[in-house]
Design a protein around this ligand. Structure first.
Ligand code: PHB
Length: 413
């Protein structure tokens, strides 16, 4: 098999494998190892003109899958570049924030002060991003948000840039679509923290402006929610649809299980949601219960484009074919691509935080999700939001895009 591809192919493959393994080793060690004494430098993190990227994300606890996806996306992009940007090696310093703001703050401090990273990146969860933003301001350190989606995060520091999404950005098109498609009354059910509040407020604003009515608004706990009593309340209220936001990870599966057990669909209540509910990593375990669920989001693994094909191939190379990349992985991939573009723009030398932020402003990328641009006024992402429906293709389930709202800004600002 190897001989068939010849020795040059083999050496490229071995080189790529070496890049992947060496980056896995250093980051896995960094994730678990005790913090070294102040001033100490890890040999693997010492190369002088290397670009250092500190990655803060959850790799343990209930949101562990978010960190794995973001890290996979970053490594996939780096692998497409042979691990280098502009001839400079990229060192990824991976830290497990466990989803806790106080842990994240301490780790961010270490990355900035002791490790002297050029960029801090990752940030799956809003509370973590909010906690770290003042440190970015103090250190003038570019902070690249690869998921956290509460609208106001970019206002918390002039050094924050977001490549992912905002909840209002993906929610407004869903409310517009619902009002145009014969849905008149909706029960709103969101996770009880900042992105949920954003989603609830934007849905109500857009839906009621279009003539609809939000008949009730309920909130589920962020940690380990038991969806059964909430779903029962939805059923008793008999709305035409329930609008749902829950954070990506395992909660979507738990919600869909409760909806199936309580017979929401049989009661004639449609489920509409932001794409977090049916995100690509969790959709297969939901099975037929998810069929027909309509969501809006910026990325689906089923998006048909050469950029998405290249992304999925790169992701499979570093993370294996068992894990389907979701929108977090795309956030990691695009965030790293944006960092690379900024490094190339700035040229040789130490990364200056202010010049880096200027270089991010107005940046355009051909993302696996479609074209994206960093709004120079807000440092937030402008992108197409797609309306999708869950369908079965072969043995797997996908969010199949059928309508799009191009060039969506965050309406929350
Ligand atoms: C967030 O905390 O901002 C967040 C987390 C997971 C999501 C969306 C938003 O799926």
């Amino acid at each position: 098999m190897i001989a068939k591809f010849g020795s040059s192919w083999l050496s490229v493959w071995l080189l790529a494998l070496g890049v992947v393994l060496s980056s896995c080793r250093s980051s896995d060690a960094a994730k678990t190892e005790a913090e070294p004494a102040p001033g100490a430098t890890r040999p693997a993190e010492a190369a002088s003109d290397a670009i250092k990227v500190g990655l803060l994300a959850p790799f343990s606890g209930p949101f562990a899958s978010l960190g794995a996806q973001i890290e996979g996306g970053i490594k996939a992009y780096l692998d497409t570049q042979g691990g280098n940007i502009d001839g400079r090696k990229v060192e990824l310093l991976v830290r497990d924030d466990t989803g806790a703001p106080d842990v994240a703050k301490r780790l961010a401090q270490g990355l900035i002060v002791r490790d002297q990273v050029d960029f801090i990146a990752g940030f799956a969860l809003t509370p973590v991003a909010m906690a770290v933003a003042p440190l970015a301001t103090e250190a003038k350190k570019p902070m690249v948000i690869m998921n956290a989606a509460t609208s106001s995060i970019t206002t918390k520091s002039p050094y924050v840039v977001r490549v992912s999404l905002t909840l209002p950005q993906v929610t407004a098109p869903l409310a517009t679509w619902a009002a145009k498609n014969g849905i008149h009354d909706v029960y709103s059910l969101v996770s009880d923290y900042a992105p949920g509040a954003d989603a609830e407020a934007q849905f109500k604003k857009t839906f009621e402006a279009a003539g609809g009515k939000v008949v009730a608004a309920d909130k589920v706990p962020v940690n380990n929610p038991d969806f059964a009593p909430f779903v029962q309340r939805v059923k008793d209220a008999k709305p035409e649809a329930v609008f749902v936001f829950v954070p990506a990870g395992t909660q979507g599966i738990a919600f869909m299980k409760a909806a199936r057990e309580r017979g929401l669909t049989e009661a004639g209540i449609r489920i509409i949601a932001t794409g977090d509910l049916t995100e690509d990593q969790q959709i297969d375990p939901m099975g037929d219960a998810a069929l027909g669920v309509v969501t809006t989001h910026h990325y689906s693994a089923a998006h048909a484009s050469p950029e998405n094909d290249a992304f999925k191939a790169a992701f499979a190379k570093v993370a294996g074919t068992q894990l389907r990349p979701n929108f977090m992985a795309v956030g990691g991939y695009d965030g790293m691509a944006a960092i690379a573009a900024v490094v190339r723009k700035l040229g040789p030398g130490k990364i200056d935080g202010d010049r880096a932020i200027e270089a991010f402003e107005g940046l355009e990328l051909s993302s696996p999700r479609g074209p994206i641009r960093i709004d120079p006024e807000t440092r937030d992402v402008i992108q197409t939001v797609y309306v999708r429906k869950v369908e079965k293709r072969g043995e797997s389930y996908y969010n199949v895009e059928f309508e799009e709202y191009p060039a969506q800004k965050d309406p929350g600002k």
